[in-house]
Design a binder for this molecule. Structure first.
Ligand SMILES: [Zn+2]
Length: 133
């Protein structure tokens, strides 16, 4: 019903409120889910689920960096954009949020760099250092 990743997110309270409530309700009625949660907690506490594991698994449901880029530019179908909006705002995915921040910075940087490049191309291009002496 709920997989381990979801239960881990539940422990960390990083799920949308309605999902948190659904899991709580399910835990009340479902003995096997309680056992599953117990296992998840003990495995987590013994370090089997490293933070890296959690992110790697979690990221499977994250939009790609390309998608985030299109989202940022507003060049995206509504369905997809709504999903990403949900992912960022409701799920509050910190990974995607920082990715998005980074992308928005680098898009800005790219624009600046592109202008500079155009300007300096002729002179700076020839001064590039050689790989080895
Ligand atoms: Zn994400």
């Amino acid at each position: 019903m709920f997989n381990d990743t979801t239960l881990l997110a539940y422990i960390d309270e990083s799920l949308p409120a309605d999902v948190m409530a659904r899991i709580e309700a399910a835990l009340r009625n479902d003995e096997s889910l309680r056992q599953q949660l117990g296992l998840v907690i003990s495995r987590r506490d013994s370090g089997v689920h490293s933070v890296g594991d959690i992110w790697r698994r979690h990221r499977l449901s994250c939009p790609s960096r390309e998608d985030l880029g299109s989202y940022l530019l507003g060049a995206m179908m509504d369905d997809q954009a709504n999903y990403i909006k949900f992912h960022l705002e409701k799920i509050g995915c910190r990974f995607c949020q920082s990715n998005l921040d980074d992308l928005s910075e680098s898009q800005h940087r790219d624009a600046v760099v592109a202008r500079r490049k155009k300007y300096f191309q002729s002179s700076v291009g020839r001064l590039r250092p050689e790989g080895r002496g």
